[in-house]
Write a protein that binds this ligand. Structure first.
Ligand code: HEM
Length: 266
């Protein structure tokens, strides 16, 4: 792939730049390190590295630190922030849904600081967040897996060692489970009485042993950020602008860059 022209070269170039940024950062941290006053994860990792035992050499080497910090950005930060960008775009696109969320926030949370306990009383907001994740479809596939043993699935024999890439996208667009798969329709997660309704085909964090390690943290972040934003602000398209819901080209689905007006509510 290195020798072929194409957009993947930009990915390699950006990845190198990103990794260099991490290396430069932890090299600086290494110089300042005080094992008795560890400031963050990088300091904790470097402290283990300096212990100089077998574990330090085997696991706590620079390459693992680079990948670990990279994973936290990629898996931990980019995912939730991209989902929140979809949330802002969708709220501006569908002002009547935004209004219903804000009414529920005003009723249940008022001017207090949003807490996770509020979620059980906020079926509509919960349904909207689920629908943002389903519609935004930020991880259309899982990360690559490999069959750990021979399996037969729906009549197909899959030998041990076969690479497998489950497609979450097709599940989230399945008409059998979602009445209007191509629309933004929070009612996918509400029953006729307006109670929150689980849907077993909602699996944006994937399922099984290797499903997302940050699922609970991500759900917490999404609820707290989303409600805090809509408690204070109303999102609107700039005058005359048409908001485009087509995702940008990439291995994950993020919204194309957009301009937005954030109007204080008070
Ligand atoms: C909206 C937010 C997020 C979504 C939609 C999401 C989605 C996913 C998906 C689809 C996978 C692949 C699972 C598989 O291959 O079966 C995954 C893996 C992973 N995610 Fe997330 N994720 C999110 C947030 C986070 C956060 C906040 C963290 C950590 C701070 C995190 C850490 C990880 C890790 C470490 C893995 C790899 C797990 C493994 O291979 O065992 N994710 N995530």
């Amino acid at each position: 792939m290195d020798r072929l022209p194409g957009p993947h070269r930009t990915i390699f170039k950006n990845l190198k730049e990103f990794q260099n940024f991490i290396i430069v950062t932890f090299t600086k941290y290494k110089k300042e390190l005080d094992v008795n006053d560890q400031r963050n994860l990088v300091d904790a990792f470097l402290t283990k590295q300096q212990e100089g035992n077998q574990e330090s050499t085997q696991y706590y080497h620079n390459e693992n630190l680079t990948v670990l910090v990279g994973d936290l950005f990629g898996a931990g930060m980019e995912t939730t922030s991209t989902t929140l960008r979809w949330a802002i775009l969708l709220m501006a696109k569908y002002p009547e849904i935004q209004k219903k969320v804000q009414n529920e926030i005003d009723k249940v949370i008022g001017s207090a600081q949003p807490q996770m306990e509020h979620r059980k009383q906020m079926a509509y907001t919960d349904a909207v967040i689920h629908e943002i994740q389903r519609f935004g479809d930020i991880a259309p596939t899982t990360v690559p897996h490999v069959a750990s043993r021979d399996v037969t699935f729906r009549g197909y024999f899959i030998p041990k060692g076969t690479p497998i890439l489950p497609i979450l996208h097709s599940i989230h667009k399945d008409k059998e489970y979602f009445q209007k798969p191509d629309d933004f329709y929070p009612e996918h997660f509400l029953d006729s009485e307006g109670n929150f309704k689980k849907n077993e085909a909602f699996i944006p964090f994937s399922i099984g042993r290797r499903s997302c390690a940050g699922e609970n943290l991500a759900k917490t972040e999404l609820f707290l950020f989303f409600t805090s934003l809509l408690q204070q602000l109303t999102f609107k398209a700039p005058p005359g602008a048409e908001l485009d819901l087509t995702p940008a080209l990439g291995s994950t689905n993020s919204p194309k860059p957009f301009a937005i007006c954030a109007i204080p509510r008070s």
